[in-house]
Write a protein that binds this ligand. Structure first.
Ligand SMILES: Cc1ncc(COP(=O)(O)O)c(C=O)c1O
Length: 493
């Protein structure tokens, strides 16, 4: 249940001085590091000698010991037993997904790939090596597929989905992994937990029902370091060990001259961690977990604190109306999700803005206005092609037409053929506060409702066409009307 932490203002003052002048609402992009973490990490680096791991020197041994200790702490963080799980350190969640893809790609018989509509682009890309792929547009389609008689039982299959949509924060049913294991032959599951773990509590104590593979980026949980991991259920690791590539550190022996032969390492992480590990980052991860536990206690606390913030924001944005009764925002929450239930919804709020007359305000215009008011949020397609297309009702034909007309990811083609091309997203993290919500709402009200007062527009004042001015009264009113027509770009305007 949502429950706001009263300690947060003090934590903010002590640990996050660097955001005192801004309102940071992009935790789904990257959450923020506390000063304690940076100080402890710096202290550690400046008082110890860390060498390249895996040799006999004391500096090298120190790095190796630290890596193994942090590896086991990562398992503890998720309540995962070392008997059943291993941690493969990689650069980020995308790299973790690619490790899984490499195993499946190199299977003799190829693989079938299924992925959920809400998947991040990095999951969608796995389809490119699959023999056949299917994007599931609805949960009910996934459930039907799980319970259906197994066709193509000889084919190895991989089903991937995000634990939380990075677009609107909708959380997916985690029980699918166990159901798939029980009902489908030769079918593996990849849970992309990158967005979920910023505020979600992942408990892997029940290894029978756990996903086979879990991808994550630690900067999204702790703010720092820039590091990722793939958690692998050991009984499912064989498939990953089948990948053909080997890199420095992943082999026991390689023969190159006169013949080509090699023998791979047998321990899961040793066989999959290519090259020198980012060992300084792994050292930092140990400090990141210390600081997180010291400041917030547990992921459960973070989850309920951030749920309270998102619920308030969602309710206040949904209730914002012009005096003619038109809503300011169209909200993109999944109908099955609720901010009161952390199993269905994470602390992300996705929306688009409309003018008083129902005309659309481009997503990038909202972001530009926010930037002028020192508010950091996200707008665009947010690397979630299926989720965004669904909420904006963009068919694949619409998307191709937009592309052919010049639209590209991250550009300012906000509205095409009468439809939004992307969304506006605000997302919360462990250190977000109710003051952030208030500042954001004040910005929305001042920009779109003129300081909280909805504007009565006399009938006949405007042409039917949005924004054109027919009559003008006083200079002040004229200025307000112009700003409405432009999409209200500044609070002070
Ligand atoms: C759900 C999800 N998956 C994957 C990624 C990719 O993460 P990274 O860029 O750290 O690899 C993100 C990033 O926002 C995400 O939200």
């Amino acid at each position: 249940m949502p429950s706001y932490s009263s300690k947060i203002e003090e934590i903010r003052r002590k640990e996050y001085g660097y955001i005192k002048d801004v309102t940071y609402l992009d935790h789904a992009g990257c959450t923020l590091y506390p000063s304690t973490l940076i100080h402890q990490f710096t202290q550690d680096l400046t008082s110890n000698l860390f060498g390249n791991p895996h040799s006999a020197s004391p500096s090298s041994m120190l790095s190796s010991e630290r890596i193994e200790s942090v590896r086991s702490r990562v398992l503890q963080f998720f309540n995962a037993s070392p008997e059943h799980f291993d941690v493969v350190f990689v650069a980020n969640a995308t790299a973790a997904i690619k490790v899984v893809m490499e195993g499946f790609r190199d299977l003799e018989g190829g693989y079938w790939y299924g992925y959920h509509r809400d998947s991040h682009t990095s999951l969608a890309g796995v389809r490119e090596h699959a023999t056949v792929s299917r994007c599931f547009a609805r949960d009910s389609d996934v459930e039907e597929w799980i319970s259906a008689k197994d066709e193509g039982a000889d084919t190895t299959k991989l089903f991937a989905y995000p634990a939380q949509s990075n677009m609107n924060g909708r959380r997916s049913p985690l029980q699918w992994c166990g159901q798939i294991r029980r009902n489908k032959a030769k079918t593996y599951t990849l849970l992309d937990a990158a967005a979920f773990l910023t505020t979600g509590n992942l408990d892997l104590s029940n290894h029978e029902d756990a996903p086979d593979f879990i991808s994550m980026s630690f900067y999204k949980i702790f703010g720092f370091p820039d590091l990722g991991a793939l958690l692998v259920r050991k009984t499912s690791a064989d498939i990953l060990m089948k990948r053909k590539y080997f890199g420095g550190g992943t082999v026991e022996m390689v023969i190159s001259v006169g013949n080509s032969w090699h023998s791979k390492r047998k321990v899961v992480h040793s066989a999959l961690e290519d090259g020198t590990l980012p060992f300084h980052n792994i050292v930092a991860l140990g400090h990141a977990m210390d600081a997180y536990q010291q400041l917030y206690g547990s992921a459960k606390n973070v989850s309920s604190h951030t749920a309270a913030l998102a619920k308030t924001t969602y309710e206040r944005l949904s209730a914002m109306k012009y005096s003619n009764g038109n809503r300011v925002c169209e909200m993109y929450k999944d109908p099955l999700a609720t901010y009161d239930d952390a199993t269905t919804q994470g602390p992300t709020v996705a929306f688009n803005v409309y003018n008083w007359d129902g005309s659309m305000v481009g997503k990038s215009k909202v972001e530009e206005a926010a930037i002028k008011n020192k508010i950091h949020l996200r707008s665009g397609g947010v690397c979630n092609p299926g989720g965004v297309a669904t909420v904006l009702q963009l068919s694949h034909e619409d998307m191709r037409k937009n592309f052919d007309a010049g639209m590209r990811c991250g550009d300012k083609n906000d509205i095409m053929a009468g439809k939004h091309t992307g969304i506006v997203r605000v997302s919360f993290g462990a250190m977000s506060s109710m003051a952030d919500v208030d500042r954001f709402m004040k910005f929305m009200e001042a920009t779109y409702l003129r300081g909280g007062m909805s504007l009565e527009v006399p009938s006949g004042f405007f042409h039917e066409k949005a924004g054109s001015i027919k009559k003008q009264k006083s200079g002040g009113l004229r200025m307000m009307i112009k700003n409405i027509a432009r999409g209200h770009t500044q609070v002070s305007a």
